[in-house]
Design a protein around this ligand. Structure first.
Ligand code: PMP
Length: 284
């Protein structure tokens, strides 16, 4: 079955779907995106994702190209046309097409690209493998709260991680604090047993998975504290993991070659993986 992508009002074969060479997304990374997990054909946390998209668009003064309701319909149509049961949908809205100039005309029609990708349904076994992560300096801008397609510092750090056989790079700012992963939020369980993830501000993306995992932790009786932590604290933690819509809850057992805890996936990560997988099947 051919893959189908949605581009500016048309459903096209994936390999023939393209945008204009003067699309500002292509030339200036002038656009925003979302990645939403699909579980049994359902979009996981669709409303918070659309709300964050709304915020990202607003911060960049890009209008919604279609109504939010119509947008939800198109997302579901792409999933259905590609018969994806489990996987993710990628959506991108850019400011639109204009002759190349840093300043933009106010009346542009934003461009939309949406496509879906199927993956194997995650299981507790596959989700519970421990991974290596490394640290990298956080060289990004000061508006990481906007989910823009301007991702080069993250691409560079993630490539260094991949070259070193690590699954993610945690980014460390000039104060020595871990901000987040290149494409995930960072969590630790401290030596004292406290579940910690950084507070949200302009230096990180407010992850939808982060929000859901905080809720699930609370329901499971695990207290979560939102505060900054240093790389050193992370290396001495009992547990460490990252969260994102595609990685879900991804445990780390090594940071920069330092073993975390006893080198095995810890009980809190395990519990949260289990709760998150259940949640994906029955989101509330
Ligand atoms: N931080 C960054 C920088 C990201 O790119 C992502 C994933 N896109 C996240 C955090 C996690 O966000 P979410 O849980 O909404 O996927």
């Amino acid at each position: 079955m051919p893959r189908i992508a949605y581009v500016n009002g048309r459903y096209l074969p994936h390999n023939r779907a393209g945008v204009h060479i003067e699309d500002r997304g292509f030339q200036f990374a002038d656009g925003v995106y979302e990645v939403i997990a699909i579980s049994e054909g359902n979009l996981v946390d669709i409303e918070p994702h659309l709300e964050r998209l709304n915020r990202s668009l607003g911060e960049l003064n890009i209008p919604w190209p279609v109504s939010r309701r119509a947008f939800g319909f198109i997302l579901r149509e792409v999933i259905s046309r590609n018969r994806v049961s489990n996987g993710s949908v990628y959506l991108q809205i850019t400011r639109g097409v204009a002759p190349r100039d840093f300043a933009y005309p106010k009346d542009l029609k934003p461009s939309i690209v949406i496509y879906a990708r199927g993956t194997a349904k995650p299981s507790i076994e596959t989700a519970s493998n421990g991974h290596k992560i490394i640290s990298q300096p956080d060289i990004r801008w000061k508006r990481c709260d906007i989910k823009t397609v301007s991702l080069l510092p993250a691409v560079m750090a993630k490539q260094i991680a991949a070259d070193e056989g690590a699954i993610e790079a945690w980014l460390v700012n000039e104060e020595g604090m871990v901000t987040e992963g290149t494409s995930s939020n960072a969590w630790i369980v401290t030596a004292e047993g406290e579940l910690v993830t950084r507070q949200t501000d302009n230096l990180i993306l407010s992850g939808i998975t982060r929000q859901t995992v905080m809720k699930l932790a609370k329901e499971a009786g695990v207290k979560c504290v939102e505060r900054s932590f240093t790389l050193e604290e992370a290396k001495q933690a009992k547990e460490a993991f990252s969260t994102s819509s595609t990685a879900l809850v991804k445990p780390a057992v090594e940071i920069d070659g330092v073993q975390i805890g006893d080198g095995k996936v810890g009980p809190i990560a395990r519990k949260l993986i289990e709760h998150y997988l259940n949640y994906m099947d029955n989101p509330s």
